[in-house]
Design a protein around this ligand. Structure first.
Ligand code: ARG
Ligand code: ZN
Length: 869
């Protein structure tokens, strides 16, 4: 390994020796050279020891001046290295002033201050602020901020920073300045500035507390026409948080900015959220319905962080899920309240089961609250975000909406302005509910997906039905032995008439209405007075993020798909049925396939059902979800079984699919209202099935030629590419030319090419990497080409000759030198290599070993070491 093996441990946490109570920054901004003057008001902190030196974080900074309490500091009093500035001989409160020179245009990591298309942008979470100036770059050091930005007015007409604007004016030589104040105690990872030629749209409103607030969206002039939906979405988020969580906004302005070069999705900087442009820009010609929903959800997410993350921040980075899991839960609820709750839940579970379960079962598995890290950027994971949200959801399930809300109120009240821990969060909920949450807390500490095995028995003589439920969590790296978790298991028992039966439960677990609280390795629960054996349904709404093993017959699943009251579980019954057929786990495969086909046929005939829900049911388990179900991943067998079933079902239902496709045309021609979006979703799902059948490719071609919105254009193009239709190349070329100047839409066709499920996609991707379309400094572009290839194209990525692995690996050293976080994400595509069957395992292993020593960032070195451990 080229990088040091620094390991940061939760157990080593100490409060800071110094606090920075107030920070004043002044920037002389320019793309190549920026000078940062910092004035830090320091006071001794909890672990201050008189005489001990002050060590500030700082990377890639050139020191120009340094002074303490107004006096220049002699060189003997301080020491600089590549990571820090150490100052000696400070006693008691004092003021430290530094000036540093930095080079935004050379910053390809996109951490700290960087340039993007003539704009200056910051990204500081997690540890990027130290690339701007020397500071105590840790979230438990919270400061009040005053920031002055100075720049050339023509090139940087807009100057934004955190908080409220307090002053602006003209300087000499065509320069101007702006001053911003953020009065809220804020850690430096939430610092932000944006400067450049931006246009803005805004809206003024008054919060529930009576504060006048100006909401604004900023973007490059050519993009500002696509920001209206984002502005509406901010308002919806603000109102929703007032109503559902009683949280109001706390500054005079709320700014969000769209940028094309951004490593992650978006960032919740106090009062100045910065977004990857893909989560702001939307109009019907360039954004799909799914894009619109993603914009709304990410805007909600970042807005909600203002309380869950900013007002209450993190004590240390181990607590990351405290803000991310909680805020994902909040954004999920936002979407569920505004749109279809069932459809939202299905989509979240699809992501969780397809991707987070794989993470939890692979080489990179880690607890929602890790206990050590070498590089914190490697922990912005599905486990921290999505499983973190599932834990909050379980708490909500256990306590109920009212008590949960009281717990949240308590958490915000007790921790406002503080840097909190997971314990603080649980303590607030324990206090209002009177519950002991000690066992529940294990969810944060224990990695791996729990497995529930349920057996049942019916004693007809006594009318007694018995459930035996075992829980087991498999070992994960570094955690061989697991303890029992508190798992809220929702359930229902259905009688022969398809109605739920109410029967008193008795046993060794707490059972409340429809909820069993599992706490031990094994539980036995009896229900008496049942005249017939009921049909059990488990884990409604996927209330617990577990695998569930109960030996349903195909007939039972077909029945559940019709009678289960819980919509999520109706979908789930079909998923189980399809999974069993594909993996050949049913004793009678023919009966299973018939049950599945019948159920899907009934759904397609049901014009009263929500078309978006029907579309979800038609989307049978994807490769990732199937791979998650098997101990050894036989790529060819899984892919073949899936295609075979889909082809057969398409034949079975060609007429129904065609009828729905045409019948929904009028509704689908509507705008962005729910029914129109749902109609387009189902129509495009039908098209996806129909395009499997030869003469129907023409339908996709026609839709492509006549589409008026991106959802339909891209849906049709996807079918043409997916099934190698005759018109595929012409359609791709037409699409490419039409959107040649739009990077986000260009990413869409690149994704289609890179994800085309043919082995030759390897060569296609290689050609893209040699073309002008390949811009490795732009994270969206890297994801569109290589991310789609590695994560969405199992056919080509897992090509039997190893060419897919080799293709990705060859790009990693170069990408790592540009942007380590982006490279590390791609490297993570190998997370399940140990479960690959046949020669692929050795091919992947050799590929990874071949990277040893070639990846120099801490991000990639850490990941590679864990992959090969
Ligand atoms: N806090 C951001 C969010 O809303 C993500 C920032 C990720 N930054 C990073 N360096 N990994 O989820
Ligand atoms: Zn977040």
């Amino acid at each position: 390994m080229t990088e040091d093996a620094r390991i940061v441990r939760l157990a080593d946490y100490r409060p800071p020796a110094w606090r920075i109570v107030r920070t004043e920054l002044a920037f002389d901004l320019d793309l190549d050279d920026t000078v940062v003057a910092a004035r830090l008001e320091l006071t001794p902190g909890e672990s201050y020891a008189p005489g001990a030196p002050l060590r500030l974080d700082g990377e890639e900074l050139a020191l120009l001046d340094i002074a303490v309490d107004g006096q220049p500091l002699p060189p003997a009093r301080y020491a600089l290295d590549g990571e820090s500035l150490t100052v000696h001989g400070l006693v008691g409160p004092c003021v430290l002033e530094t000036r540093a020179r930095i080079h935004p245009a050379r910053n390809t990591r996109l951490e700290g201050l960087y340039a993007s298309r003539g704009l200056l942008i910051t990204q500081c979470e997690a540890e990027g602020f130290r690339r701007i100036t020397w500071f105590l770059d840790r979230p438990d050091v919270m400061s009040a901020w005053r920031v002055t930005l100075r720049a050339d007015r023509a090139r940087f007409p807009v100057l934004l920073a955190n908080g409220n604007p307090v002053e602006r004016g003209t300087l000499d030589d065509g320069r101007h300045y702006a001053v911003w104040e953020n009065p809220h105690a804020t850690p430096c990872y939430l610092f932000a500035l944006v400067a450049g030629r931006l246009e803005g749209i805004h809206r003024d409103l008054v919060t529930a507390e009576g504060r006048a607030v100006r909401l604004a969206v900023w973007a490059a002039p050519e993009d500002i026409g696509r920001c209206g939906f984002a502005l509406d979405a901010i308002e919806r988020a603000l109102r929703w948080d007032e109503q559902r969580f009683g949280r109001t906004y706390d500054l005079d302005v709320f700014n969000i900015v769209a940028v094309q070069d951004f490593t992650m999705g978006a960032m919740e900087n106090k009062g100045l959220n910065i977004f990857n442009a893909r989560y702001i820009l939307a109009d019907p010609d360039t954004a799909t319905d799914a894009d619109y929903l993603a914009v709304e959800s990410v805007i909600g997410h970042e807005y909600f962080h203002n309380w869950s993350g900013n007002r209450v921040t993190l004590r240390d980075w181990f607590q990351l899920a405290l803000k991310e899991g909680l805020t994902v839960f909040r954004d999920q609820e936002f979407t569920a309240d505004l749109h279809s709750r069932a459809v939202k839940r299905i989509e979240d579970v699809r992501l969780l089961r397809g991707r987070q379960f794989a993470e939890d079962a692979g080489a990179l598995a880690h607890p929602v609250r890790p206990v050590q890290y070498r590089e914190i950027n490697n922990f912005y994971t599905l486990t921290v975000y999505e499983k973190g949200a599932e834990i909050v959801r379980m708490l909500h399930t256990l306590l109920g909406e009212e008590t949960f809300r009281a717990g949240m109120d308590r958490y915000f009240a007790d921790n406002d302005g503080r840097a909190a821990t997971v314990e603080d969060f649980l303590a607030a909920h324990a206090a209002v509910s009177g519950r002991d949450l000690a066992q529940f807390a294990r969810w944060y500490a224990q990695a791996g997906t729990p497995q529930l095995r349920i057996d049942d028995e019916y004693d007809a003589m006594r009318g007694r039905y018995t459930l035996r439920i075992r829980q087991h969590t498999p070992p994960t790296p570094g955690q061989p032995d697991k303890q029992a978790l508190l798992i809220p298991l929702r359930f229902a028992l259905y009688g022969p008439d398809g109605e739920p039966v109410a029967a008193a439960a008795e046993g060794d677990a707490v059972v409340r209405d429809d909820l069993i609280e599992l706490t031990a390795d094994v539980h036995e629960i009896h229900f008496d007075g049942l005249p017939a054996k009921p049909l059990p349904a488990f884990n409604q709404g996927f209330a617990a993020p577990v695998r569930l093993d109960y030996a349903y017959t195909p007939a039972q699943l077909g029945r559940l798909a019709r009678i289960e009251r819980d919509a999520f579980n109706r979908w789930e019954a079909l998923q189980r049925l399809a999974t069993g057929v594909m993996l050949r786990t049913f004793a009678d495969p023919r009966a299973a396939q018939a049950a599945l086909s019948d159920a899907l046929g009934d759904l397609l005939d049901d014009d009263a059902a929500d078309p978006a829900f029907v579309a979800e049911c038609l989307a049978l388990p994807d490769f990732d979800t199937l791979a998650d179900q098997v101990p050894q991943i036989d790529v060819d067998a899984l892919l073949a079984a899936r295609e075979e079933l889909l082809d057969l079902l398409a034949e079975d239902h060609a007429d129904r699919l065609e009828r729905r496709y045409h019948a929904l045309a009028d509704l689908a021609a509507g705008g962005l209202d729910g029914p129109a979006m749902a109609a387009r979703t189902l129509r495009n799902a039908c098209l996806g099935w129909l395009a499997r059948l030869d003469p129907h490719e023409a339908l996709a071609q026609r839709q492509f030629d006549t589409a008026t919105v991106m959802t339909d254009r891209l849906g049709a193009l996807r079918c043409l590419v997916r099934f190698d239709a005759p018109g595929k190349d012409a359609a791709l070329a037409a699409f490419r030319e039409r959107y040649r100047h739009d990077p986000l839409v260009t990413d869409k066709w690149l994704t289609l090419v890179a994800a085309r499920p043919q082995p030759e996609a390897v060569e296609d991707v290689r050609a893209l990497l040699a073309s002008d379309w390949w811009t490795p400094t732009n994270p969206n572009r890297v994801r569109a080409i290589l991310g789609s290839f590695a994560r969405m194209n199992p056919v080509a990525f897992h090509r039997a000759d190893g060419a897919g692995y080799a293709l990705l690996a060859a790009q990693l050293p170069g990408l790592d030198a540009i942007n380590p976080q982006v490279a590390a994400r791609l490297l993570g595509s190998f997370e399940s290599w140990q479960r690959l069957a046949g020669p692929r395992r050795a091919l992947a292993h050799d590929t990874l070993r071949g990277l040893d020593g070639k990846l120099t960032s801490r991000d990639c070195a850490d990941l590679l070491a864990r992959l090969l451990a």
